[in-house]
Write a protein of this length. Structure first.
Length: 316
């Protein structure tokens, strides 16, 4: 893309995902904002803004992935620094929204941490949030500022369309993901199936049965987040047991913590397709994994917000 010649648009990044931030500004045609995020010896965060942001529309790119609390604190301090430096608007770009799974009181005396994080971002001084594939869409309502919710499914769907797979069935690994599976299925013009499972305790999933015809089919499992990969690998193995020909899996947010990589390596999954909302370390980047970039769609969203155009048009 040609250089974007508006000095009032500036994009900064913290330390969570600098490669994605550079890809985003390359797409827009801007230099990355000149700043430093440093830590004192006791762990305190210090932000240094090395250029003026007075009167500018500023976008801060920061996934609140692991280390979650450190990345969240960097973001909050950056927003405060921009506010005190007289930025006209502060737009927080959260490719991955940490704590999104703590969005309700599942048991008595549970916190609703996703709401707490929303409060912190607002109080720090953000005017808008741009995020992608929230674990629960109602989190948009936790904010009293505008939230632009970008979708990863068009990126994943385009990849699978180009693979020209035959006899495709899109599979939801649980009942909660049916809407997501249906959206992908519509783009692939494929039927869906659902895995009915019971979860006895956190991060432990037990597959019960499969609703839908998968025998002899190419199955594509879809989820928004893959964390320890227990659910997705059990689902893949269950599909193969009942006669699925090949099993692919995809997600927007590759948390991939704990035993995830080992589980994926040893599973029936032929290929795991992810995006770069969370950076993948070299040790985790195994041959089974294919990474797609969200930089173009986030870059376009930033331009549209800055120019006061519709963001939803990106998904028409």
């Amino acid at each position: 893309m040609a250089n974007y010649r508006d000095p009032k648009l500036k994009v900064f990044t913290c330390n969570a995902n600098p490669i994605l931030a550079r890809d985003i500004v390359d797409h827009i045609g801007l230099p990355l904002g000149n700043s430093q995020v440093v830590h004192f010896s006791d762990g305190e965060v210090q932000i240094k803004l090395n250029e003026s942001v007075r009167g500018a529309d500023v976008f801060v790119i920061q996934s609140t992935c692991a280390p979650v609390n450190e990345n969240l604190m960097e973001l909050l301090v950056m927003v405060d620094a921009l506010k005190r430096a007289s930025a006209k608007s502060i737009n927080v770009v959260l490719p991955y929204y940490g704590y999104a799974r703590q969005d309700r009181k599942a048991r008595a005396r549970d916190p609703i941490t996703a709401k707490l994080v929303a409060n912190l971002i607002e109080v720090a001084g953000a005017h808008r949030v741009i995020t992608m594939d929230l674990h629960a869409t109602q989190i948009q309502g936790f904010f009293d500022i505008p939230v632009d919710h970008l979708l990863g499914i068009p990126i994943l769907a385009k990849y699978f369309v180009n693979k020209e797979l035959e006899d495709v069935v899109v599979v939801s690994p649980d009942h909660g993901g049916v809407t997501r599976a249906r959206r992908l299925a519509e783009r692939l013009e494929a039927p869906i199936a659902i895995i009915d499972k019971r979860r006895p305790e956190p991060n432990v999933a037990e597959v019960m049965n499969i609703v839908g015809n998968v025998e002899g089919k190419t199955c594509i499992l879809i989820d928004d987040i893959i964390d320890t990969a227990g659910t997705i690998t059990l689902a893949a193995d269950a599909l193969v047991k009942v006669g699925a020909k090949d099993v692919y899996a995809c997600c927007t947010h590759p948390v991939l913590s704990g035993p995830a990589i080992e589980r994926i390596s040893n599973s029936s999954i032929k290929e795991l397709v992810i995006t770069d909302t969370i950076p993948l370390s070299e040790a985790k980047n195994i041959p089974k994994i294919k990474i797609l970039s969200v930089a173009p769609i986030i870059g376009e969203a930033i331009i549209r917000v800055h120019e006061e155009l519709s963001v939803s048009k990106l998904f028409d």
